[in-house]
Design a protein. Sequence first.
Length: 259
Amino acid sequence: MTKPIVAVPADIRSFDGATWHAVQHQYVRAALNAAGVMAFIIPAFEEGYGTDAILDRVDGVLVSGSASNVHPSYYGATATDADGPFDIARDATTLPLIRRAIDRAIPLLAICRGIQELNVALGGTLASEIQNQPGVWDHRTPAEVDRDGKYAIRQSVFVKEGSCIAGIVGPGEIRVNSLHRQAIANTAPRLQVEAVAEDGTIEAVSVIDAPAFAVGVQWHPEYWAETDKPSNQIFTAFGDAVRGYAAAKLSKAGEKAPA
């Protein structure tokens, strides 16, 4: 069987006066080399695309991190300049895609901005500039110029016993590279908290009633997915779920084919 395919929604970026639909290399690299799947980049449009048309053609959804934030209007808050930058086209693409992928039992892995989109898509809210809240650490990207330094594994999170993530990496403490200034505030009703940082910040969730793999992590397993064990385990589990979905879809198609 050929490699299954995951959809990776794009960001809107501007270079030299042109608009680009773009995804960071580290996500598609991890999909190929750690999960063992192919990635198709999905353009970000505010309107006019068909969510089911996309999902009909893929076997999983990988929602990446980004420098932009979900627009507060999606969770009932008033936007300020401090909440930005925003990417309205990405929001319009990812939020319905997430909901529909869960409904259709298509495996979903949401990373960084992705976990925030997952929470908002299912009715949760976000908190901005969490480093200003009492007792909350500064989770923002450090100032090192070197990219490996920015994504260095430096923080502990605690995986809850019996959670979906615990079934992948084991329960208890793991070390991660969590880089963010926004976080989940009110958890969506359909989400279960899977892991928290030492300051209580939510770092991983799963969809309680999802018929397939549906996990979000605030950290960046994609960056070290080929060398760090917990990061690799997350992508391996996602890849296994995607392959399982693809095999079931192929089998179902064979049953419907005329004799």
